[in-house]
Ligand binder design. Structure first.
Ligand code: NAP
Ligand code: ZN
Length: 346
């Protein structure tokens, strides 16, 4: 099946309209007509070559919401007409210890990313900036009834990537959580941590978005450009989730942790993040990382968001504005996720 898409032809080049081939619906597959696709900073890192060579042309997009149009003969989990979502992963081995443990994102054979990956049939995956996608039903999530589809798309990456570490490191009543960077991931971290009952502080480059941060659920908001922030907040937080897309001064953020506190990095900058051992040993602190979440956990996150009335704050755009949106994301001028209306790809 030939479908409309938006692709990066080569590293660092503007994205442009194209058509791509989608595989036939196999017995275990679901054909999804895409309604919305979020723009994640990872899409930009990928097409700009920040993470090394890619199999161009690349159709990015791993925050997908759409409607099931066809199912394979073995599929029992989804029906034609269901609203569904697809996140950052479209396959994994399903048999290794990590897959069996519900951590498919850490599959020992390597999970198959939604785009620029090699699927288990040897083909290169192409993502959600497209009108349709064919995905193994095991990697397709149910979108609960009554939640806005455009605001739901970013949950499939920004939502799960922040939900997972917040849960794992125990964000909840009585805990103090800081979120570094108020972009796509950061604004979801604020909403989710607040809904979990934590006391939430935003650490942003400036106070420009302070009003938004407080409206999203933060209890406090500080500018990291002000050196006083780091003296005032020393030793304060149980958990810091760093969502910044560029390298930050890790030691400075570690100094904000209480004893046994954890700084969890979800930002994935091209440059290394050096750490001074003293920043860790003084205070028994943890410096950790986390990548998206497993399939069952992603479903749990979607259900949590439906229950709490949470979605992303989105700016819905036509496909022809993708390159402009990339520029704005790179300039930290996103409030707080661009989402492509896939009907504009036709
Ligand atoms: P985003 O919307 O661009 O947000 C990043 C935020 O970081 C910006 O809004 C800005 O917030 C802050 N920032 C940007 N450049 C900065 C700099 N030079 N110094 C200090 N702060 C800066 O990006 P995103 O889509 O949320 O993604 C964030 C990062 O997470 C990316 O690296 C992405 O690849 C990664 N990611 C990882 C996973 C995972 O599984 N671990 C999943 C998805 C994305 P302020 O304006 O508030 O300072
Ligand atoms: Zn993403």
């Amino acid at each position: 099946m030939r479908v409309h898409a938006y692709a990066a032809p080569a590293a660092g080049e503007p994205l442009a309209r194209t058509t791509i081939e989608r595989r036939d619906v196999g017995p275990a597959d679901v054909l999804i007509e895409i309604e919305y696709a979020g723009i994640c900073h990872s899409d930009i890192h990928t097409v700009n070559g920040d993470w090394g060579p890619q199999p161009f042309p690349v159709v990015p997009g791993h925050e997908i919401v759409g409607t099931v149009r066809e199912i394979g003969s073995d599929v029992t989990t989804h029906r034609v007409g269901d609203r569904v979502g697809v996140g950052c992963m479209v396959n994994s081995c399903g048999e290794c210890a990590n897959c069996r443990n519900g951590d498919e994102q850490y599959c020992l054979s390597g999970m198959v990313p939604t785009y620029a990956g090699t699927d288990r049939d040897g083909t290169t995956t192409q993502g959600g900036y497209s009108t349709h996608v064919v995905v193994d039903a095991g990697y397709v999530l149910r979108v609960p009834d009554g939640i806005d589809p455009a605001a739901t798309a970013p949950l499939l990456c920004a939502g799960i990537t922040t939900y997972s570490p917040l849960r794992r490191w125990g964000a909840g009543p009585g805990t103090r959580v800081a979120v570094v960077g108020l972009g796509g991931l950061g604004h979801m971290a604020v909403k989710l941590a607040h809904a979990m009952g934590a006391e939430v502080t935003v650490l942003s480059q400036s106070l420009k978005k302070q009003e938004d941060g407080l409206r999203l659920g933060a209890d406090a908001y500080f500018a990291t450009s002000d050196p006083d922030t780091f003296t005032q907040l020393a030793g304060r937080f149980d958990l810091i989730v760093n969502t910044v897309s560029a390298a930050v001064d890790v030691d400075a953020y570690l100094s904000l942790l209480a004893v046994d506190g954890a700084l969890v990095n979800v930002g994935a900058p091209a440059d290394p993040l050096p750490v001074n051992a003293m920043s860790l040993i003084g205070g028994r602190r943890t410096f950790a990382g986390s990548m998206i979440g497993g399939i069952a956990e992603t479903q749990e996150m979607l259900d949590f968001c439906a229950e709490h009335g949470l979605g992303a704050d989105v700016e819905v755009i036509a496909a022809d504005r993708v390159n402009e949106a990339y520029e704005r994301v790179l300039a930290s001028d996103v409030r707080y996720r661009f989402v492509i209306d896939a009907s504009t790809l036709r």
